[in-house]
Design a protein around this ligand. Structure first.
Ligand code: ADP
Ligand code: MG
Length: 320
């Protein structure tokens, strides 16, 4: 991209915020940004790339591309229990479309201030529309929530409801029916940052549900070396999803991705304390046990504690 236009894009749409938090001493406009790590905190960072046509529909509104990119990136910080601080943005643009840039940057900065993060730098290039966001947060030394660490007897708990984003995506693709709730669940994922921080010192392992409940539970199972039993009737499904997709709601909840809820292991006592503190709906959907087959931990789906196998033809593996 020509130097002037790159410069004016940055100046106009991605300028330094007037109110930089105390840990940021230098942001956009120099060769690097400067960040002062708070004492006794670890830097928690994660990067995500979204390519048009691959990770979002070419027709998606610019505002939704921004909230999905930043929301999903911040969800990784939530899953570690980190407090978000700042982020960088690498933007590859096919051209300098002013309307698109205005909508994208407004949505990005509104969403960022809502979640307490500030843009401190990035890179702007020309090419097929691609958005890369690296988020940074702070977490107390050695306290971050990992995917490993669940204990035998721990509960498996999930926040919010599952499957909504898959339902929303399906409505968006069909562009026939409309549900603001479901479409927002896909386009404007809400990272569960407050919950993540409340889980510190309580949850024994944690992950955000980005690939689908069963797939993400399998990560906890594998890294903790334990079996997980998920009781099907306990999986939380919103009335909106059930109303719109009575036949597919359960498949969406088990295998649809992009919900960005937190899935974690916790003992019963810590869970009671958490419940009295958290505003989020929290549902116990299963528990951790010793692997039935040694060295082969796995996720089982149960009905009244008896294992069931779901028919493939119902689309449960559809999103894999
Ligand atoms: P350099 O050539 O030194 O890498 P650039 O011209 O790429 O510098 O960027 C100039 C300044 O603008 C840097 O401080 C960079 O962090 C910032 N910047 C570039 N693109 C973006 C963007 N999309 N969002 C925020 N800041 C950006
Ligand atoms: Mg650069």
């Amino acid at each position: 991209m020509a130097l002037l236009s790159e410069f004016s894009i940055i100046e106009t749409y991605f300028a330094r915020s007037a109110l930089l938090p105390p840990d940021i001493s230098l942001a956009q406009g120099d060769d690097c940004a400067l960040v002062l790590p708070p004492a006794d905190q670890q830097l928690c960072l994660s990067i995500d790339t979204q390519v048009a046509g691959r990770h979002f529909l070419e027709t998606a509104p610019a505002s939704a591309i921004a909230t999905r990119a930043l929301g999903s990136a911040l969800s990784d910080l939530a899953a570690m229990g980190a407090k978000p601080s700042h982020f960088t943005l690498a933007l590859t643009l096919p051209g300098a479309d002013e309307k698109w840039l205005a909508e994208f940057s407004k949505s990005l900065s509104d969403f960022a201030s809502k979640h307490g993060v500030v843009l401190i730098g990035g890179d702007t290039t020309r090419g097929p529309l691609t958005i890369t966001i690296q988020v940074h947060g702070w977490v107390e030394l050695d306290k971050a929530l990992k995917r490993s660490g669940a204990k035998v007897g721990d509960l498996l708990v999930v926040s919010g409801s599952l499957g909504d984003a898959a339902g929303g995506l399906s409505l968006i693709k069909a562009s026939k029916y409309y549900s603001e709730y479901l479409e927002d669940r896909f386009y404007r994922p809400q990272p569960r940052l407050a919950l993540g921080q409340q889980l510190i010192g309580r949850a024994t392992s944690c992950i955000d549900v980005s690939d689908g409940l069963v797939a993400d539970a399998a990560h906890l199972s594998r890294t903790s070396g334990l079996d997980i039993a998920i009781e099907l009737s306990a999986v939380p499904i919103s009335s909106e999803l059930l109303g719109r997709f009575p036949d597919q709601a359960q498949a969406f909840a088990l295998a649809g991705g992009d919900d960005y809820e937190l899935l974690f292991s916790i003992d019963t006592k810590s869970f009671e304390a958490l419940q009295s503190e958290s505003d989020m709906p929290l549902t116990v959907i299963g528990h951790f046990g010793k692997p039935q087959e040694k060295d082969k931990p796995r996720v089982m789906l149960t009905e009244n504690d008896c294992e069931v196998r779901l028919p493939r033809e119902k689309g449960y593996l559809h999103f894999g």
